[in-house]
Design a protein around this ligand. Structure first.
Ligand code: PMP
Length: 317
């Protein structure tokens, strides 16, 4: 019998799939993180951050998890909270689609909308409200994925070893989009301990700090979940060999192409990583390149995969 005792136990061990139609030399493979039970890579860090908080006594039975997030981390925390009986509160900026808020509510999360226009230092921003609630609600814990070292640690303990084992140590390079940097940092730390020759490449949206630098012309972009306008504590830049800058247009075009030629439906940040990974895979056809696909395109049907939205925002369809 192979029965997981709860849905948390079913997180991880996602498949590696060769993308030989997208990249005929055959040295590009994708790790399908959207096959986690909640649909994204972020469940790995949700469990790891909650496990650590329980170990350290920061979260006790009946406690409350509070996080400012609209996205995949919220779903990950929701799923862990549901199984372990924690109340979960997510604060979200009001620009976040109804669909995404409804998804969190479906898992029993209490969603609090805050004005998008307030900066992170404003007390009524989604960061400010989360911090205030965390100080007011007894027994609450704020994981804070940008500062929590259990985030990269989750990937050091699970995603990195999976890639090493699934490729029988043949992996030559890994490409991943970088947001908090937890994914790429944890994977890189593990793989470079096995073989220092493995190259680790970050994919960065055009306008983000990782390729523009802190003094560069930082600006908004449409791809979600990757790139930053500050350096999170969870990223270790020494473990990233180089970055490749990718535009919104390149990211969306690649996500669409991959769905059509491979039957692999990933979000904009997966498209971004794929664009960079195909360039890296083209440099040496004898080197096996693993690309991380963080979530599914199902979450972006009204954007990346919607011709009217693409046209309205100046992208090719
Ligand atoms: N893609 C998406 C859709 C995400 O939500 C995230 C997490 N912010 C990432 C990529 C990047 O992962 P990380 O934060 O581990 O760098």
């Amino acid at each position: 019998m192979k029965i997981f005792e709860d849905v948390i136990a079913a997180i991880g061990d996602t498949p590696l799939v060769r993308l030989a139609r997208l990249h005929p030399p055959g040295n590009l493979v994708a790790k399908l993180e959207y096959m986690n039970p909640g649909g994204s890579v972020k469940e790995r860090i949700a469990v790891s951050m909650i496990d650590q908080a329980e170990r350290e006594g920061l979260l006790k039975p009946g406690g409350t998890i509070i996080e400012p997030t609209s996205g995949n981390t919220g779903v990950g925390l929701a799923l862990v909270g549901a199984v372990r009986g924690y109340r979960v509160i997510c604060t979200v900026p009001d620009k976040v689609s109804q669909e995404k808020q409804d998804l969190l509510r479906a898992y029993g999360v209490e969603v609090i909308e805050t004005p998008t226009s307030y900066g992170p230092d404003h007390p009524d921003s989604y960061y400010g409200v989360a911090s205030r609630l965390a100080s007011e609600i007894e027994g609450s814990f704020q994981p804070n994925q940008y500062f929590n070292m259990a985030n990269p640690q989750a990937h050091f303990e699970t995603t990195g070893p999976e890639i090493w084992e699934q490729t029988a140590g043949q992996v030559g390079a890994v490409v991943a989009g970088v947001g908090t940097g937890g994914t790429i940092t944890g994977i890189s730390r593990y793989l470079k301990m096995q073989n220092t020759d493995i190259e680790v490449v970050g994919a960065d949206p055009e306008g983000s700090i990782y390729t523009k630098g802190a003094d560069g012309d930082l600006h908004q972009y449409y791809v979600e979940g990757v790139g930053e306008d500050f350096y999170p504590e969870t990223v270790d830049l020494d473990l990233i060999d180089r970055f490749v800058e990718v535009t919104d247009a390149e990211s969306f075009a690649m996500a669409k192409e991959t769905a059509r030629v491979e039957g692999v439906l990933t979000g904009g940040s997966g498209g971004l990583a794929l664009h960079a990974a195909r360039l890296v895979a083209d440099e040496d056809h004898d080197r096996l390149v693993v690309v991380i696909l963080p979530d599914s395109g199902r979450g972006y049907l009204s954007k990346t995969f919607n011709d009217a939205w693409l046209t309205e925002h100046g992208f090719d369809t």
